[in-house]
Design a protein around this ligand. Structure first.
Ligand code: GAL
Length: 375
């Protein structure tokens, strides 16, 4: 199977170890912590559920390059360097990802006492790609950060430069780019990258989830196997998100065929969060390609219907209650525009199956959602 034929599944360090200003001191970001999360990915059953990549985000670098221009790992956070870490992650049956930047400075250099050495890959693309290959990197998150440190390169040129270098190394690397959806990446990124961010950072709040979701409504035409819209990494299990909010978030990202990159502390997650992240019904919906990613069916509002076609001719449907009060949400077969009339409905949460009588009707709790499979 080709790289990223299905939305990538994994875990990334950013959302739990640091969220910009809040925890800009990088406390907790160490080789030991990353390995602990990788081990938890295995022990929790997430690896076996399909989560494959462990991605080390910003903050892994030393504050300078070596005398030959090579990137170095941070001396106290990753004292043994990156290659041994990648090796240990590989030994767990996982793949390893790393963060870099197309400009001269990484994002962390805005809010950490890193200083101004060029830790970004601008004009170091060839050497950095070679270094990543030597270290055993399988996934590169390449993050725009600041336009004023890109030597006037356009985003498309900057991201293409690294694409060319990745093509020249002897290692398949999943390429995830991020310019926060500023330059309509869905129009050009499918030719360069396996996934591209469509928005600014997703925060662990209901307001941020709904704002980000709304920005996905018009993007269904642009993704396909090998090239995915990325509404940002999961915040499931983070902040003060409730069980219902976590559920709605996960179901929605699944029907969007979004890469599912968990961002919670896997070492301390609750059984509820683990069970949600491992739910085989939801992951199967996410990994299935029915010809188009999911989108909003019908009007935006307090109660919404999001649906994606499934390859079996059926559909996966999320009934979403955005409001603060319980709401009855309905959808008909016509709304879903299916080629063949579905006969059964299955609830993802309970796997209970009933016959489909032409209309879905569910009472959904506030800030919550129901995921249904029509076959
Ligand atoms: C942001 C990016 C985040 C994280 C952070 C690291 O630009 O959107 O996902 O990678 O940089 O500094």
């Amino acid at each position: 199977m080709a790289l990223a034929d299905r939305p990538l599944l994994g875990w990334n360090s950013w959302n739990c170890f640091l969220t910009a200003e809040e925890r800009a001191d990088f406390t907790g970001l160490t080789a030991e912590a990353i390995l602990g999360c990788a081990q938890a990915l295995v022990d929790s059953g997430m690896r076996d559920a399909g989560y494959e990549y462990v991605v080390l985000d910003d903050g892994w670098q030393a504050d300078h390059r070596d005398s030959t221009g090579r990137l170095l790992a941070h001396p106290t956070r990753f004292p043994d360097g990156i290659a041994p870490l990648a090796e240990q992650i590989h030994a767990l049956g996982l793949r390893f990802g790393l963060y870099a930047v197309p400009g001269s400075l990484t994002c962390a250099q805005q809010y950490d006492d890193y200083g101004g050495a060029p830790l970004g890959s601008l004009n170091h693309e060839e050497l950095d790609a070679q270094t990543f290959a030597e270290w055993g990197v399988d996934f590169l998150k390449y993050d725009w950060c600041r336009a004023d440190h890109n030597d006037g390169l356009t985003a498309i040129d900057a991201f293409t430069r690294m694409r060319r270098e990745l093509d020249r190394i002897d290692r398949p690397v999943a390429y995830a780019i991020s310019e926060y959806g500023r330059f309509e990446p869905w129009l050009w990124a499918p030719r360069i990258a396996h996934m591209w961010r469509t928005t600014d950072d997703l925060l662990p709040t209901w307001a941020s989830l709904m704002r980000t979701l709304d920005l996905q409504a018009d993007l269904a035409a642009y993704s396909r196997p090998g090239a995915w819209n990325d509404p940002d990494m999961l915040q499931v299990g983070n902040g003060a998100l409730t069980d219902g909010e976590n559920r709605a978030h996960f179901y929605l990202w699944a029907v969007l065929n979004a890469p599912l990159i968990a961002g919670n502390d896997l070492r301390t997650m609750t059984a509820g969060v683990r069970d949600l992240l491992c739910d085989p019904e939801v992951i199967a919906v996410n990994q299935d390609w029915g010809g188009r990613q999911g989108t909003r069916i019908g009007p935006a509002g307090a109660g919404e219907v999001w649906a994606k076609p499934m390859s079996d001719g059926g559909a996966a449907v999320v009934l979403l209650n955005r409001s603060d009060a319980p709401l009855e949400i309905t959808a008909t077969a016509e709304d879903l525009n299916l080629k063949t009339a579905p006969r059964t409905v299955r609830e993802a949460a309970t796997t209970e199956t009933s016959s489909f009588e032409g209309r879905l009707r569910r009472l959904v709790a506030p800030h919550d959602a129901t995921l249904l499979r029509l076959s």
